[in-house]
Design a protein around this ligand. Structure first.
Ligand code: PLP
Length: 476
């Protein structure tokens, strides 16, 4: 039976049976205690250390771990899969470090997760940014285009790799085939951050995974949309000769803990085995049911396949319920607050015009019914109006991110900071695209955008002063 095919779980059980007494780490020695009281019976016993010699080691995969990784590679259509215990964060870091070095150019989305920027800083590479185009109908910036990527590559023929984020937080996917074609034409690796698409390719109604489309490295947060424990993620590789797999494995060893959690890696085996075709059909069925039910709620407009063919969107993830709430006469943040405080419902994200709810393996008919009921009740009590989503700004780089992070800095009033070189990130969430990164100039446009995003209710991440009354700049 597919769901029982879990080699790492078997290894875990065997190790538990074999060792009667531990005189090594972890300190809790697998004995039921406070951890079990709070986190669940059996958690200490399952939290093995590779030191005991009975469980395979993440950094030197063998036996059941190799088998579990091979089963994952098979499920997603990769040549090889690495289990990650530090999230897609470490996947992005290792991929960037494996593909580019000091002074190399990397083509990347301006809206990349901060781990990609961290990779740039660690390598000393130079980023070339792909800016998302403005989507007029949705009043925001969402998807990058392959034409822009091709134009940048023409201008910079020395680019060493492309890093693409697909899908975005809203389940929108750019043209992966075109990106694969572009990377192959240029003979450079395509790294895809598929953090929000671990379920891709596991059902015909879901977007294809970039793995199957032919990307060279694909990173997925198995914990985000499938059933793995938080942090547990996977990195899939296509062994085409364009990526140095030995270097990639070496970077993962360097960056991840030398005491990788067995709980996390076993949870990847469990999540993969649980994501059967039937289970994924159930999840997609729930998402489609939610879509049908919500379509009847006055004041809500649900996005889905209507987005395909607009603003560079080629595929759309139906499990992301992107709900425009402007018809309720209120903004996404207000709706998110009310869902939480009045109905005990937490959502994936809110912006000025909409909310996003994610349907996953953790959902049931009851959970979907609760969501639909709450949203139906909301629609009868309109309040605070929609907020326009501010525009992003085009970055002006003065020095590299790495140089800016190593310069001497000072903290000054934001109002005094125009034309100074920033020493930190200023990233409004949503949309999660940096307004300014270390080494970039704080232009008048940046200052206007900061004010606009603050007024729109975005949470600003990155600055040491979260109020942004002050900002760190590099000394002249
Ligand atoms: C696009 C994207 N990439 C990477 C990450 C990092 O993933 P993880 O939390 O698994 O480290 C995130 C997390 O939010 C993300 O949104």
């Amino acid at each position: 039976v597919e769901s029982l095919n879990r080699p790492l779980v078997d290894a875990l059980r065997r190790s538990q049976d074999q060792e009667r007494r531990s005189f090594h780490m972890p300190g809790h020695k697998g004995v039921a205690g406070p951890l079990d009281e709070v986190l669940g019976h059996g958690i200490s016993a399952a939290d093995l250390s590779e030191m005991d010699g009975w469980f395979p080691y993440l950094h030197a995969p063998s036996g059941e771990l190799s088998e579990a990784q091979a089963l994952a590679a098979q499920r997603w259509g990769a040549d090889a899969t690495f289990f990650l215990v530090n999230g897609s964060t470490v996947g992005n870091l290792a991929a960037v470090l494996a593909c580019v070095g000091e002074g190399d150019e990397l083509l990347m989305c301006r809206g990349s997760h901060r781990s990609v920027y961290a990779g740039i800083s660690l390598t000393g590479a130079t980023p070339l940014y792909l800016l998302p185009a403005r989507h007029e109908a949705l009043d925001g910036e969402f998807t990058v285009s392959v034409d822009d990527a091709a134009a940048l590559l023409d201008e910079h023929p020395q680019v060493k790799a492309i890093h693409l984020t697909r899908p975005n937080y809203y389940g929108m996917c750019t043209d992966i085939d075109a990106f694969v074609g572009l990377a192959r034409d240029r003979g450079i690796p395509l790294i895809v951050d598929e953090a929000h698409g671990a379920h891709f390719g596991l059902h015909a109604d879901l977007p294809r995974s970039a793995v199957v489309a032919g990307a060279d490295i694909v990173i997925q947060s198995t914990h985000k949309t499938l059933g793995a424990l938080t942090q547990a993620s996977m990195l899939h590789v296509r062994c085409s000769g364009v990526v140095n797999e030995r270097r990639l494995a070496q970077q993962l060893q360097t960056l991840q803990s030398s005491s990788p959690s067995v709980l996390l890696s076993a949870s990847l085996d469990i999540a993969r085995a649980a994501a059967t075709d039937d289970e994924m059909a159930r999840v997609v069925g729930l998402a489609l049911q939610a879509r049908r039910d919500l379509a009847g709620v006055v004041g809500l407009a649900l996005h889905g396949d209507d987005l395909i063919g607009t603003g560079g969107v080629v595929e759309f993830d139906p499990t992301k319920l992107v709900i425009d709430v402007q018809g309720l006469g209120r903004n996404g943040f207000a709706v998110a607050d009310e869902l939480r405080s009045e109905f005990g419902i937490g959502i994936e994200l809110a912006d000025g015009n909409r909310i996003v709810c994610s349907i996953t393996v953790g959902d049931t008919e009851e959970s979907v019914t609760d969501l639909v009921k709450a949203l139906s009740n909301l629609s009868q009590t309109a309040s605070a109006s929609a907020i326009a989503v501010p525009s992003m700004v085009t970055p002006t780089q003065a020095v590299t991110i790495r140089a800016a992070e190593h310069c001497s800095t000072q903290t000054i009033a934001l109002t005094e900071s125009q034309d100074r070189v920033c020493a930190e990130y200023v990233i409004p969430y949503p949309p999660g695209i940096p307004l300014v990164a270390p080494g970039e100039v704080i232009t008048a446009n940046v200052l206007t955008a900061i004010a606009d995003f603050q007024a729109a209710g975005s949470r600003i991440v990155g600055p040491s002063d979260p109020t942004l009354a002050t900002i760190a700049v590099i000394n002249d």
